[in-house]
Design a protein around this ligand. Structure first.
Ligand code: SAH
Length: 231
């Protein structure tokens, strides 16, 4: 349907049935159906060991939980990826660099991504090193697995792919895109529960409206996220 190859996702997980999940709906689901991006899920357990297809083992040095084995994950990656694959290999991990809109945009401008979803306590450090995995976090809290984190990352990237969002300018004014949180929005009715829409927005003076929005964005960023202004 398009001349350019689809933005390609290969995703390694123990729970392939979680996909496409919410990504099969709405904007990302339509884009998937239209071939603007593609999603291949690979079950890490297909390379599990023994009769039970074991993928994890107890942590060296003791402690709670289980760790995904380096040999099992490496076998899964090696079977699923070709040597000349240039896509970034991202391991979802609370230890990773926090995901930002800037990174999302740069990922969406590339060929696609390889995502690896951790479970249990995480994965054996050696496979992270040996297969050049980059750890990415979606925030300072702990999820039970990397699947939902992957869905977050993919949702954020896919909406930026060419042809996915209706209006071309939609996206450029959003929170974070210019280092500011977004200005407040209003729509009809003009008066609701005694609250009115700021007069300036009904003035038809586009320069004045742009100035007002800019001031609002700065004020909101100043109170809520002063760290963004410092950057
Ligand atoms: N023991 C680990 C947490 C494991 S949580 C630690 O303390 O760092 C299990 C899996 O969920 C992780 O391997 C990772 O893939 C995923 N995960 C949990 N929180 C995440 C986050 N904030 N961002 C991205 N992935 C996360």
């Amino acid at each position: 349907m398009t001349d350019t190859p689809a933005w390609a996702v290969t995703l390694f997980t123990l729970y392939p049935d979680m996909f496409p999940g919410p990504l099969g709906q709405s904007l990302s689901g339509d884009a998937l159906a239209r071939g603007l991006w593609s999603l291949e899920t690979r079950n890490i357990r297909d390379h599990g060991l023994g009769r039970h297809r074991a993928v994890d083992d107890t942590p060296a040095g003791g402690g709670p939980g289980m760790v995904i084995r380096a040999d099992v994950l490496a076998a899964s990656l090696d079977a699923g990826l070709s040597a000349d694959d240039t896509r970034p290999r991202l391991l979802m991990s609370p230890r990773g660099k926090p995901l930002t809109q800037e990174r999302v945009r740069s990922l969406s401008e590339g060929p696609g991504v390889v995502l690896i979803c951790g479970r249990f306590e995480g994965v054996d450090e050696r496979v992270i090193e040996a297969r050049g995995l980059e750890e990415v976090s979606i925030g300072d809290y702990i999820l039970s697995g990397g699947e939902i984190a992957s869905i977050v990352l993919l949702d954020a990237c896919v909406r930026l792919l060419p042809g996915v969002m209706g209006k071309l300018e939609s996206g450029s004014e959003e929170s974070f895109e210019n280092g500011l949180l977004e200005y407040p929005h209003y729509t009809r009715p003009r008066e609701w529960e005694g609250r009115t829409i700021p007069d300036v927005l009904l003035s038809g003076d586009h320069a004045k409206i742009a100035r007002w929005r800019r001031e609002q964005a700065e004020a909101i960023t100043q109170t809520r996220r002063p760290d963004l202004l410092k950057r």
